[in-house]
Design a binder for this molecule. Sequence first.
Ligand code: ADP
Ligand code: MG
Length: 475
Amino acid sequence: MWEREAVLEATGRLLDSAGEGRGGTLLVVGEAGLGKTSILDHARRLAAGRARVGAGRGDPMESALPFGLFSQALGMLDGPDLRGGSGIPAATPGATFYQVLRWIEAQGPVPILLALDDLHWADEDSLALLSSLCRRIGDRAVAVMGTLRPWPPRAREVASALVGGGCAEMERLRPLSDDAALELLAVHGGGRQREAVLAQALTLCNGNCLLLEQVARSLRRGEELPEPSDTSRPWISDELLLARFATLPEPAVRLARAASAFGVRFRTRPVAEVARMDEGDLDSALEALSRSGLVRASNGGALEFVHPLFCQALYEDTAAPVRARLHARAVSVLAAQGLEAEAAEHAIRADLVGDPAAIAVLESAGRAALRSGALQTAVHHLRAALDFSGERPSPALLAVLAEALLAGGRPAEAIEVGERLLANHGLAPAERAATLRLLGHAHWAAGATDRADRHLGESAALAERAGLLPAAVEV
Ligand SMILES: Nc1ncnc2c1ncn2[C@@H]1O[C@H](COP(=O)(O)OP(=O)(O)O)[C@@H](O)[C@H]1O
Ligand SMILES: [Mg+2]
């Protein structure tokens, strides 16, 4: 690797310290294609034989799976199953954090490396867990290494706060210098190139390692490079990547395009169903894709694009209405398999406003997230279900959203939703009493104790008038 001495040294220090019982966190920030995953791979090699490794990776389509990122990493270490729920009521914020902390404390002296790639696509709950955990591992044999792009900004904000609090180090990856880029082209480009071609390659790639590799590949094959000075084509780097698909047979492109709607990692079956491919086409498509080196085998029988940028370029190159149709089909295919958490993000991207099946999928995924204590994810899905419901959301949906908001430490929003529920005059007494009780708790959490008392009093009085048992009023 060229020009990455500082981050590689920091990686060595992190692992050495963890080996001596001093935990720490190293965050590597850089745009796509600058070498984040390669550095994480290096850390994993360095850890071999001296630390247990738990690896997880964010994915654009998995950014709303409850604890998706941490579940992968802890799963590799036989740690707690976060998706199954902590066993503690979700209304106890931080339950999952303490569960993981207790598990870490129970581990022996062999250090642990948590290698978390692409945090910018991590689910909100994993980010919250990461943030809490990194503040508490100073005296544990735990090294956390996370990589992220600067955008979307949520992960970067968490990272900056950790660095600001003295709980993490950060290394930024810069584009390669022209000298290093030329060396890379010389090594991978297959022989000497004309000055003009090299200058064109440098402008095209802007020091991006992945693009340099693609350009070197083209040079090796004697292909023409796109003209970088053409400002009417601002997505020139996408063109470089898309050119790799251009030579594939039609079924392979169709399969890859459908796959790009499933994220970087995908399973063949649902993608083939969404792409409406028959067995013959599927075989040849898979064959061509694997041979092209654009897709490779991933964990658990899944496939993955060799780099997220190939997936992104293809996805963005697909016309918006086609993308929406792919996502809409994915909702039916995944929901039919009971994979509602996976289907939920597709429903949002398909923008299925007013579609009862999509609303049901989102509500169900939201409830499941709430049960596993993934409160931010729960709110994300339930809010989307509410948006899709238009003017007449079901009282049950409003009630569970208010519950998730309150549990997630957002009482003002819980009050807003609770009031909306209360305005529904058709509410049964048990539902009304439960809503009043929730509003009481929310006002209490918001510091309005008078209002809290009033709502709790009204709830109790209504429950008594209606002859309800206390359990019927629980929210
Ligand atoms: N410093 C480097 N010098 C040369 N090649 C690199 C360097 N960093 C990464 N690469 C190559 O560039 C490609 C993209 O790197 P990757 O680690 O996947 O980037 P990221 O994870 O930041 O998107 C990989 O094929 C890798 O081999
Ligand atoms: Mg990467």
